[in-house]
Design a protein around this ligand. Sequence first.
Ligand SMILES: NC(=O)C1=CN([C@@H]2O[C@H](COP(=O)(O)OP(=O)(O)OC[C@H]3O[C@@H](n4cnc5c(N)ncnc54)[C@H](OP(=O)(O)O)[C@@H]3O)[C@@H](O)[C@H]2O)C=CC1
Ligand SMILES: O=C(O)C1=N[C@H](C(=O)O)C[C@H](O)C1
Length: 271
Amino acid sequence: MAEMRLIVTGAGGRMGRTLVKAIAESKDFTLAGALEDARSPLIGWDAGHLAGIGENGVKLSGDIAPLLANADGIVDFTAPAASLEYAARAAATGKVHVIGTTGMSAGDDGKVAEAAKGAVIVKSGNMSLGVNLLAALTKRVAKTLDQIYDIEILEMHHNQKVDAPSGTALLLGRAAAEGRQIDLNQRSVRSRDGHTGAREPGDIGFATLRGGSVVGEHTVMFAGPAERIELTHKAEDRMIFARGALHAALWAKKQKPGLYSMMDVLGLKDF
Ligand SMILES: NC(=O)C1=CN([C@@H]2O[C@H](COP(=O)(O)OP(=O)(O)OC[C@H]3O[C@@H](n4cnc5c(N)ncnc54)[C@H](OP(=O)(O)O)[C@@H]3O)[C@@H](O)[C@H]2O)C=CC1
Ligand SMILES: O=C(O)C1=N[C@H](C(=O)O)C[C@H](O)C1
């Protein structure tokens, strides 16, 4: 089988460097380009060097246009504005676009859905098998237990993370809401401070911790009378996200244009 040629965006970032390494470790992919913001001081640096695997001859560039003709897809862990631009480029050229970027607004999600009319887009707040399995379990438990069990989602990440709650926490919240057949937007409590009053039954609460070098930890709690059920995932290495994203890219190559999630990729939608 021919290798899939992938452009990695944000190639100087934590996930970009991990993706460059994951691509080098797999026989299924070739690095077709490495991008950073055009104003980045990393433009011109060697992507392999930055990833700690030795020079690979792919220099970081600030312009995706000339790279697209020789690529099958884009793997993108950057920032919301950048991912919207790459989604539009993917749609215009019919390339696969795997989006791991979190912190997008509802309006941003609408633009991604629009772009997915012309491209196969896989977007997920977490590309790991473990978290997507956790989401499937969360949905099932939320459906089984009645509303007397309060749902709270706790996450912790490293001190450089810029968005909260994490994309994963929101993904787990949506899974819980789906299990309970409620609208997360109507029932989510993102922060508590001061005299908040008692907890409203049926709300889904989010709590955020930031510190140190934590890759990503998430717990969904079902707190009932005299007992508590907790489902937890702890990411120990960003490689789990990178390998998930590459798996998604290969899967996407065989799909029709549309917007897909990792639950589609992993066959967990009807779990
Ligand atoms: N879905 C998942 O499984 C996972 C998702 N993530 C998400 O991925 C995103 C990135 O995370 P992380 O790697 O830790 O963050 P980093 O800040 O380390 O990396 C992001 C990189 O993207 C660069 N960038 C910004 N704008 C552009 C642009 N227009 N074109 C190309 N590159 C650009 C940034 O450059 P600069 O610093 O100069 O702005 C930076 O180097 C976050 O939203 C995070 O939440 C992370 C891990 C897993
Ligand atoms: O920014 C990160 O680091 C991570 N972001 C994703 C999120 O927002 O959930 C996934 C992972 O937890 C790491």
